[in-house]
Design a protein. Structure first.
Lengths: 284, 280
């Protein structure tokens, strides 16, 4: 499913795209597989039951299941990725989540980079503006713009404030001007990693998983790629992909795995250090 | 009413501010005066009855009534304007309107200096019934985001949202500023804005402010004032606005009054070339 020029323009301009009902026929199988993966991993974060108080996150999520791994081969995913990132794009990873309550305003990575990247999100429960759907600030993905740079403060202030948007603009997080992307299971949304996003009013076991993609790096920039891969060590993963997604990979899937696999050899040492310093893997 | 620093930052970042209920106690008198001014001018555009087909607009709107003129002296408006533009801001103009249906995406202008439009909606409006929709951040005209939007929705021409983005105007990602009578909505005139689904006699009037210009920028003031000729205005302000001005108000009128000497001649020419004054 190649994106049209108009869809590409929309994504480039506003930083997100929604595909209502694109996986409607598959959502039952997808949801069952989602629950199975969590069951095989104790039902919540780090092998414990989900406690309804904190987000549970599981990295290399689709990587653990043959059916879910094959989602990245599906033309509805693969061709969309190729449209935006080129045919040789990299799959960068997946997380499965039980979200709890609000997620404050942030970008997944607001930085100068010549390599574009984005996230695709499957929401497995219906969500609207006040029950935990994704909210985005259109245009905030354009790194270097005065507007996007101004918004970054609300992200960086998270470490020192419980309500950064109130301190900066005098409004609560759920009052920040934004567009809610209301979802019915079976919809697919994708958004640029740099865009400011959040969610408000969600329940205590909001099921969602993501797939992430980036442009392939040029050889001179491989140190930057290795640095990016190294950041994943906080999730306590020794290799950049899970076993199943590699074992079941066809030649065409391997195109999207091989660059990161060839540059993940430093991860075990970084993971070891993280394990010494932390009680559990990161939740996000 | 002094704006908090957070409100100023909000306006600078997103390009608008909303004050729910700020004029609730006054809205009945404001609305009655609005209707009376229109009655005094035939009820619609250019002295004709409003035809529900096209927007009716009346320039120098608040300028025609002593009470409405005094709105710019009110601390609620004066505080907002001076908080964003400085104590010596200029009052620019006011228009009264009966809007009809949709207003397509546009910005009022694109120049480096900010200018604020304060809008009073006299009918309740929601996202699908004519509320102002804005694209936050689109007022930052040097940004890639703003420039891209301006290519898609250039001022003065039809927006190309279908051709370039594959969506109708009412599907453009934006924020709807739903409004009840008594609310005040202010926005940077460079922001991309629109409205969709409104009725055919949507009552709204605006009051526009700009910063005081430096002496070496007076040519720009001169040009901006000249553009009022399309509305067939002979002076920068209406007679009542000037006549009832106290010294404090005059601070906000004097620069444009001192630079409107060319307007009457331009308007004389415009009257020869146009069948009616512009509607917007």
């Amino acid at each position: 499913m190649k994106l049209t020029k108009k869809q590409l323009n929309f994504f480039d301009t506003f930083g997100f795209l929604a595909f209502p009902g694109l996986f409607l026929d598959d959502i039952e199988n997808i949801t069952s597989a989602f629950e199975d993966v969590w069951s095989r991993n104790g039902g919540g974060h780090f092998g414990q039951e989900h406690d309804g108080a904190q987000r549970s996150a599981l990295i290399q999520f689709i990587d653990q299941d043959e059916y879910l791994s094959a989602l990245i081969d599906d033309p509805r995913i693969d061709e969309v990725c190729a449209s935006v990132l080129g045919d040789d794009y990299n799959y960068t990873g997946s997380d499965g989540n039980f979200y709890v309550g609000d997620t404050m305003w942030h970008s997944d990575g607001y930085r100068k980079s010549k390599y574009r990247s984005f996230k695709m999100a499957f929401y497995l429960d219906p969500v609207d503006a006040t029950s935990g759907c994704l909210r985005v600030i259109p245009g905030s993905h354009k790194h270097g713009d005065l507007f996007a740079n101004s918004l970054e403060e609300v992200h960086t202030a998270r470490d020192s404030s419980n309500n950064p948007s109130d301190e900066i603009w005098g409004v609560d997080g759920n009052e920040v001007p934004a567009v809610p992307l209301e979802i019915t299971p079976g919809d697919l949304v994708m958004f640029n990693h740099q865009i400011k996003h959040s969610s408000w009013g969600g329940g205590e076991r909001r099921r969602m998983f993501t797939l992430n993609f980036e442009e392939r790096y040029a050889d001179p920039d491989l140190p930057e790629l290795r640095e990016r891969i190294g950041a994943e060590a906080r999730f306590w993963i020794d290799r950049i992909y899970g076993e199943v997604i590699i074992e079941t990979a066809t030649a065409s899937r391997m195109v999207h795995l091989e660059q990161r696999m060839a540059n993940d050899y430093h991860m075990p040492e970084l993971v070891r250090k993280h394990q010494e310093a932390n009680a559990e893997p990161s939740r996000g | 009413m002094e704006l908090a620093n957070q409100q100023k930052d909000f306006f600078q970042t997103f390009g608008f501010l909303k004050f729910p209920g700020l004029f609730s106690d006054d809205i009945e008198r404001i609305t009655n005066t609005f209707e009376r001014i229109w009655s005094d001018h035939g009820g619609g555009h250019q002295g004709e009855t409003h035809d529900y087909q096209r927007r009716s607009a009346l320039l120098q709107f608040i300028d025609q009534d002593e009470y409405m003129s005094s709105l710019i002296d009110d601390p609620r408006l004066d505080g907002m304007a001076s908080g964003i533009l400085g104590d010596d801001y200029n009052y620019v103009l006011s228009d009264g309107n009966f809007y009809v249906g949709d207003t397509q995406w546009h910005s009022d202008y694109r120049i480096p200096k900010p200018s604020i439009k304060a809008a009073f909606y006299l009918d309740e409006v929601a996202a699908e019934s004519g509320a102002l929709r804005v694209i936050p951040g689109s007022h930052m005209i040097n940004d890639n985001f703003s420039s891209t939007l301006h290519e898609i929705m250039p001022s003065g021409r039809e927006a190309n949202t279908q051709e370039l983005l594959g969506i109708y105007g009412d599907q453009v990602p934006a924020v709807a500023l739903e409004s009840k009578p008594g609310d005040l909505v202010c926005f940077d005139r460079r922001i991309k804005h629109a409205s969709f689904g409104g009725s055919s006699r949507r009552r709204m009037f605006t009051i526009v402010f700009e910063p005081h210009y430096e002496d070496n920028e007076l040519e720009k003031v001169h040009d901006h004032i000249g553009s009022l000729s399309r509305f067939w205005c002979d002076r920068a302000y209406g007679e009542v606005m000037i006549r009832t001005a106290n010294p404090q108000r005059m601070v906000h009128l004097e620069q444009r009054l001192a630079n409107d000497s060319h307007l009457a001649e331009l308007t004389r020419k415009a009257r020869l070339e146009m069948k009616e004054p512009a509607r917007g």
